[in-house]
Write a protein that binds this ligand. Structure first.
Ligand SMILES: [Zn+2]
Length: 767
């Protein structure tokens, strides 16, 4: 903190953007994240806290900011939450001997945020009048910009000002009113790159210089007209699968917050209003993850097709749902067509993509990192909300859908509305081939090794894919990518054998070539790391043992060549790989399942692998028992928890094939039910599906077009609160309720190809 006399300088008039920001926040509850203890007294206390807090929604300055909202703005305790970001620029951020924040700028880059210093962790309420102030000086007189802005999407400013600091300390003080919807998680930043005023002067670069900032304050000046928070989206007290059930499915409604007299439920026909089924509400259970008591109602016996709701005698009611033989037909098409919308390198025409049509993207050749080598790596699916393409992630996704087809070919049609529909091959295989064709381009023709990923250096701005024009960098070969590649190509050789023998042979050749690379290159214990300045999804992995096992198991299953089995034995002699996961990192679950379902495989080795595999299944069963909503995630909800749930559903179905037991089918159905509405949040987690679904996914095309692509499974609850928006609005929520339908919340509400893919598997099997 620096004390000095200052000249008072007011910044020029504010620019307040009138664009709406999609906020749906709430002040929320003040209960703590539940402990692992299931103490009844503790729960009663928690419930009491929640209900009192929910009653008070008056906007007060106590709630919406007292004192300086920028914590540590005088830098007396170091940098605190201040962070530097560069996009083409270069800088170093520190606190200097005078106690000021100092930014040593080496290079400003070519955009305004080429060098940016930012702070997250405050809120701006609609109707509030605020004042921002700070002290600033610079070793070089130059213009820069301060902004209070939306932290995501188009990052538009709520308030901003341009200043030109020089060697004299300036005190900047600016009042502004928040005219847009309340933003619980905006960003305060200083753009120190190539700002507009420099561009206007024809300046493109600046010599190295330092900018010093101190005493940053943001205070509420007047809260009189602040708008209170909107009511948070309320989950219904009765949860059902919002898509519905096949007639023979296990059907369980889960009830919450009922009074003791509410001990019966009715299923009502929507068309006639008739009660068609009556059952008991029972088995009261404490759900620590949601901090509530839950109860269960079984209506499996209701098999008559129709559209219904479940009601209690006290009047609580579920969203409507359908019972029908073909209940999942449309939904399965939608969650599969999501992959078509993710296609890279081809035009999506309005005939197939409707409002989401766009020209071909990422057509230019990529450059192999650290070389001049150019390669055509067009095609494949964009990974997620960004436009990177990552082999290990793509391998999981394509494996899931090929396994789904292999097991239930009749579940997929050749008429789902993609360009290849009607070509005589199921659309799911056309979709798989689109990704496999890209993966083939990622294989080095000389060594057989497979490049790990291709993307720009940075994550793209919120633009349509054809507008991301940064140079494509092909990252080095990794053994994890090569192992996964060998596995899915061997799988493809099997799956495509009867529909396209030539393609099948191509895939098998590629698999063998990749496998040779693995044989020549030993275990990788360091794992892949992003090279140079590449910051896009790393998809690193501490071991490649499970990828090698996956490759061996698929090659063995497809070819019957026992040398691959010998290699599995040798791998096990070196210490057994983990077989408990179906992820992009852990793929041992696939390997184990494939080996255990290969006819003629070694019984001794099978016994050993089966024991390990069933141990992993038992852990999932235990988790499902602990969670009130019967899902295989409990206590802590990780990033992408919905994938963990969908993967658990797949694991249960695999287990049923290995050791038939009807409990596995029920457990798999419970995972599907959870994803489609039977969870504490009340959301059906797939865009456009059911009654209450995510509308603001973190997905660039959806954000740009202001409309969510349908059929995308979002990440779901994440109790680690791994983005500023989640930190701001979910801080005191129970773990299973740490979910926000907001496109700024990339740790809750992003989408990926490999979250949809296990859902495709699960739904195809239940169909
Ligand atoms: Zn693309």
């Amino acid at each position: 903190m620096r004390k000095k006399f200052y000249a008072l300088i007011l910044t020029s008039a504010l620019a307040i953007s009138m664009m709406a920001c999609g906020g749906n926040s709430g002040a929320g509850t003040t209960s703590d994240v539940p402990s692992e203890s299931d103490s009844e007294a503790h729960l009663v206390e928690e419930l009491a806290t929640i209900s009192t807090t929910e009653a008070s929604t008056e906007a007060t300055t106590e709630e919406y900011g007292t004192g300086n909202m920028i914590k540590g703005g005088d830098f007396s305790d170091g940098l605190g939450e201040w962070v530097s970001y560069v996009n083409g620029g270069a800088c170093e951020l520190l606190v200097n001997d005078q106690g000021e924040m100092q930014v040593d700028i080496e290079k400003i880059g070519s955009v305004e945020h080429g060098v940016q210093i930012y702070y997250d962790g405050f809120s701006l309420r609609k109707g509030g009048i605020y004042n921002i102030s700070f002290d600033i000086h610079s070793t070089l007189e130059r213009p820069l910009e301060w902004r209070c802005q939306l932290n995501g999407g188009d990052y538009h400013a709520y308030a901003k000002g341009v200043i030109s600091p020089n060697s004299e300390v300036m005190h900047i003080s600016q009042e502004f009113s928040m005219e847009e919807d309340t933003d619980p998680a905006p960003r305060l930043c200083f753009n120190m790159g190539l700002v507009a005023d420099l561009k206007d002067q024809g300046i493109t670069e600046l010599p190295p210089h330092s900018i010093m900032i101190d005493n940053v304050e943001l205070v509420v000046v007047d809260a009189t007209n602040m708008i209170k928070d909107p009511e948070p989206v309320k989950a219904p007290l009765v949860k059902v699968n919002q898509v519905g059930y096949t007639p023979e499915a296990t059907k369980t409604a889960i009830f919450s917050k009922l009074d003791a007299a509410d001990n019966r439920f009715m299923v009502k026909d929507k068309a006639t209003g008739d009660t068609v089924f009556v059952g008991d509400i029972k088995d009261e259970t404490v759900c620590n993850d949601c901090v509530e008591h839950v109860f269960y109602g079984d209506f499996t016996e209701l098999k008559t097709p129709g559209t219904y709701t479940v009601m209690t005698i006290g009047g609580a009611e579920s969203y409507e749902f359908t019972i029908a033989e073909d209940v999942y037909d449309e939904s399965l098409n939608a969650i599969t067509k999501m992959l078509y919308y993710q296609r890279c390198g081809m035009e999506l025409t309005s005939e197939y993509a409707g409002d989401f049509a766009h020209p071909a993207c990422h057509k230019e050749e990529g450059t192999v990192f650290g070389t001049d080598k150019k390669l055509d790596v067009s095609g494949g699916w964009h990974d997620a909300g960004d436009y990177g393409k990552y082999v290990v992630a793509g391998a999981k996704a394509v494996a899931d859908i090929m396994l789904a087809y292999e097991k239930r070919p009749d579940a997929f049609s050749d008429a789902s509305g993609i360009p290849e529909s009607g070509n005589g091959m199921a659309d799911i295989l056309d979709e798989a081939k689109y990704e496999l064709d890209w993966m083939l381009k990622m294989q080095d023709s000389e060594t057989g090794g497979v490049y790990h990923k291709v993307s720009g250096e940075l994550f793209p701005e919120t633009v349509m894919p054809q507008d991301e024009t940064a140079e494509l960098i092909i990252c080095p070969i990794s053994t994890t990518a090569t192992g996964d590649f060998a596995a899915v190509m061997a799988m493809a050789a099997r799956v495509f054998k009867d529909v396209d023998a030539t393609y099948s042979a191509t895939c098998l050749d590629a698999a063998k070539k990749a496998y040779d690379y693995l044989k020549k290159n030993g275990y990788d214990t360091a794992g892949f790391s992003n090279p140079g300045n590449v910051v896009t999804g790393q998809y690193g992995d501490s071991t490649d043992k499970d990828e090698r096992f996956f490759a061996m198991a698929e090659l063995y299953k497809t070819t019957g060549d026992t040398s691959y089995q010998d290699d599995i034995k040798a791998l096990y002699d070196d210490g057994k790989p983990q077989v408990n996961a179906l992820g992009w990192a852990g793929v041992g679950g696939y390997a184990a399942y494939e080996y255990l379902t290969t006819e003629g495989a070694d019984e001794g080795l099978k016994g050993q692998i089966k024991e390990e595999y069933m141990k992993a299944i038992d852990e999932n069963i235990e988790s499902s028992g602990k969670s009130g909503y019967l899902c295989a995630v409990t206590t802590k909800y990780p990033w992408g928890s919905n994938m963990t749930v969908a993967n658990a559903g797949m694991m249960f179905l695999f287990a049923d094939e290995i050791e038939a037991d009807e409990k596995y089918g029920k457990l798999a159905q419970a995972q599907l039910d959870y994803l489609l509405g039977v969870n504490g949040t009340g959301y059906c987690f797939v865009t456009g599906m059911g009654t209450q679904y995510p509308e603001n996914p973190h997905h660039r095309p959806s954000q740009v077009l202001g409309k969510a692509v349908p059929g995308m499974l979002v990440g779901g609850p994440n109790s680690a609160l791994e983005d500023p928006y989640a930190k701001a609005v979910l801080a005191n929520k129970p773990s299973a309720l740490c979910y926000a339908d907001n496109n700024q919340s990339y740790s809750c509400n992003e989408i990926t190809i490999y979250w949809n893919s296990p859902l495709i598997y699960l739904m195809a099997m239940e169909k």
